[in-house]
Design a binder for this molecule. Sequence first.
Ligand code: H2B
Length: 96
Amino acid sequence: MTEKLMDEARAMILRDLHEWTVLHDPDAITRSFSFANFAEAFSFMTRVAFHAEALDHHPDWSNSYNRVVITLTTHDAGGLTEKDIELAKLIDMLAV
Ligand SMILES: C[C@H](O)[C@H](O)[C@H]1CNC2=NC(N)=NC(=O)C2=N1
């Protein structure tokens, strides 16, 4: 199983993901994205979904019209792992 990120490694990685906010209960990161309209938002979600499926790591998310809120955590590990970081970086690339 993928292990939870700890201490310095975790702090260093999270510094690079400065657009994401760290949550503590559960241990997770969250970011809100806004798009021109629903079609753009849903197209983004579709692209993220295919990558998430390929990674076998899935976002907790919600969508309201042009806004998508994504929370990443590893349920199996009870907190943030490398898999969340990998998916967050991918999501950041897909959002631009
Ligand atoms: C069996 C399968 O690999 C697991 O259930 C995966 C699927 N996707 C997952 N996604 C997330 N975010 N956390 C998990 O623990 C997780 N587990």
